[in-house]
Design a protein around this ligand. Structure first.
Ligand SMILES: [Zn+2]
Ligand SMILES: [Zn+2]
Length: 263
């Protein structure tokens, strides 16, 4: 059984929790992908999803930006959790003084999958303005969940990495008109819309349409900008790509993330 939920999603902080449990087994494997909330908020939201911090076996870090990595070392130090991250993310976090001595580290590379107990993790590279960003496909050996946020442009490599998923958490960062007509300074608009920034709703819809998705049972739009996007616009774009009901597309919110789903 593979299930997943979000504690929060958006530019104020991201954290996704994934649990793998073998049929009939008492114990399960729980990991976080990113931890960009503060420590108390992370603990409170884990409790809301029925989890103790001690249940978390590891934190997989996509990249060093504060909305993803801001609380990684605080949480890991407080609860004795291993941090899995690329060498580039580690160096960037060291440069920012965010790395806490004594926290167990495991260095990821996009060339090699890894196993955390019963959970198989495949990191893959993405174009984003960070030192060595990755995103992940996670599997319990049966179902596969893809996580893709913070990517400037869909690439053939990403389309290949996300083929044959059962579930996908997919960035829908902004609506193009809302961004360009909005109040952000020009340099920031160009950064967000650039090839190392974020996906807009139409980019995400095109990427989704390009995937091999014969097994796909869940699509959740994530990392929506609170200033430059609206849930109904993201839903409409992704539903258009799939030819499905708009209500079938899930939304990950900044305040609540989303509830458990089973892949
Ligand atoms: Zn982000
Ligand atoms: Zn980022």
């Amino acid at each position: 059984m593979l299930r997943f939920a979000s504690l929060a999603s958006g530019s104020d902080g991201n954290a996704l929790v994934i649990e793998a449990r073998e049929a009939g087994a008492a114990a399960s494997t729980c990991v976080l992908v990113d931890c960009g909330l503060n420590l108390r908020d992370t603990e409170r939201r884990l409790a809301r999803h029925g989890l103790e911090p001690s249940a978390i076996r590891g934190i997989l870090v996509t990249h060093e930006h504060g909305d993803h990595a801001g609380c990684v070392f605080d949480f890991a130090a407080a609860h004795g959790v291993t941090v899995y991250l690329t060498h580039g993310s580690l160096i960037a976090l060291q440069d920012e003084g965010k790395v806490i001595d004594g926290v167990r580290l495991s260095i990821l590379t996009s060339r090699e999958p890894l196993a955390i107990d019963g959970l198989e993790v495949r990191p893959f590279t993405v174009p984003h303005d960070a030192r060595e960003p990755v995103q992940f496909v996670l599997s319990d050996g049966a179902a596969r969940l893809g996580v893709l946020t913070d990517i400037g442009i869909g690439t053939p490599h990403v389309v290949e990495a996300l083929a044959g998923l059962d579930a996908l958490v997919l960035e829908c960062n902004y609506d193009r008109d809302m961004l360009w007509n909005g109040a952000y300074p020009r340099w920031l608009k160009e950064r967000i819309a650039g090839p190392f920034g974020h996906l807009d709703n139409e980019d995400s819809a095109r990427l989704l349409a390009a995937l091999e998705r014969s097994r796909l049972k869940h699509v959740v739009a994530a990392h929506l900008s609170q200033k430059n996007n609206r849930a109904e616009l993201a839903r409409r774009a992704l539903a258009g790509a799939l030819g499905c009901e708009e209500s079938w597309i899930g939304i990950a919110t900044q305040d609540d993330g989303f509830a458990w789903r089973e892949a």
